[in-house]
Design a protein around this ligand. Structure first.
Ligand SMILES: [Zn+2]
Ligand SMILES: [Zn+2]
Length: 268
């Protein structure tokens, strides 16, 4: 896609579910209920994303953020109601500092309404349930739209390519494995839902043999990646040189449909 900050790609996934993609591959989604609409993440492209989304619904739009990374929450300040997990609300000031976010673009805790596991955002006829999946960030969540039967996964389990677990605030592999198992239990009623990741097109072209979208199967494969890493038996290769993410060389490990990017010191 041409890298122009004001260019958005838009797909109608199904009635009441619209996918937007900004110029750096960040995906965000609009879902519409009877009384309200909900935007899942905002991307970080140019212009006003609230106004963009408003072209696709007449309902008032609230925002639900999967995690506090700039490619998912950059436009949160355009919304009067914005939900985020408290553990990621607590990361906002660090994000502002670490990425040198200009003051007028900084996000602060007072903007957000905290939501955590078990909470439900009501859109009228369309309950959206919050599931916790800490790891990629301490407060990463999935949103389960029980009206449209869609699970929005953000970056919590990857987007058809490796989940990024090499960042400064990612948890260690054994904790991540534990959280994945808990998540799989909670996803049991939603196995036949559509899963939509935070970087939708990174899953590849649906017409190609390498198409690898997020599925419960992929999450199960991620557990095996963790098992193999912890046993010292993972199939892995170098992903980025030392200096790119901290002082260590970064690796990527694979199993089945899943991949996980990690630092050796996180394998514990
Ligand atoms: Zn992302
Ligand atoms: Zn992220």
């Amino acid at each position: 896609m041409e890298n122009h900050p004001f260019k958005y790609d838009i797909d109608f996934i199904e009635p009441g579910v619209v996918h937007f993609e900004d110029n750096i591959d960040s995906s965000f989604y609009l879902i519409e209920g009877r009384d309200k609409a909900l935007l899942i993440d905002t991307g970080c492209g140019g212009g006003n994303v609230h106004r963009l989304a408003s072209a696709f619904t007449e309902k008032p739009i609230e925002l639900a953020v999967t995690h506090a990374h700039g490619d998912h929450d950059a436009h949160a300040g355009e919304f009067t109601v914005a939900y985020m997990h408290p553990a990621d609300i607590a990361q906002l000031e660090e994000m502002n500092r670490r990425f040198g976010v200009p003051e007028e673009q900084q996000l602060h805790a007072d903007l957000f309404t905290p939501v955590s596991g078990g909470d439900v955002i009501e859109l009228g006829d369309c309950p959206v349930r919050v599931l916790e999946m800490a790891g990629h960030t301490p407060g990463s969540v999935l949103f389960v739209d029980e009206g449209h039967k869609v699970v929005f996964t953000g970056d919590a389990v990857g987007s058809g390519v490796g989940v990024w677990m090499q960042l400064a605030n990612c948890c260690c592999i054994s904790q991540y494995r534990h959280n994945l198992l808990e998540l799989l239990e909670q996803l049991a009623p939603y196995r036949d839902y559509l899963y939509l990741g935070g970087h939708y097109r990174q899953a590849g072209d649906p017409a190609s043999p390498s198409f690898n979208p997020v599925t419960p199967r992929m999450i199960e494969d991620l557990v095996v990646v963790c098992d193999e890493l912890l046993a010292g038996k993972a199939r892995s290769e170098e992903y980025a040189p030392a200096g790119r993410f901290g002082e260590e060389v970064t690796y990527i490990a694979y199993h089945g449909t899943a991949a996980l990017v990690y630092l050796p010191s996180y394998v514990k």
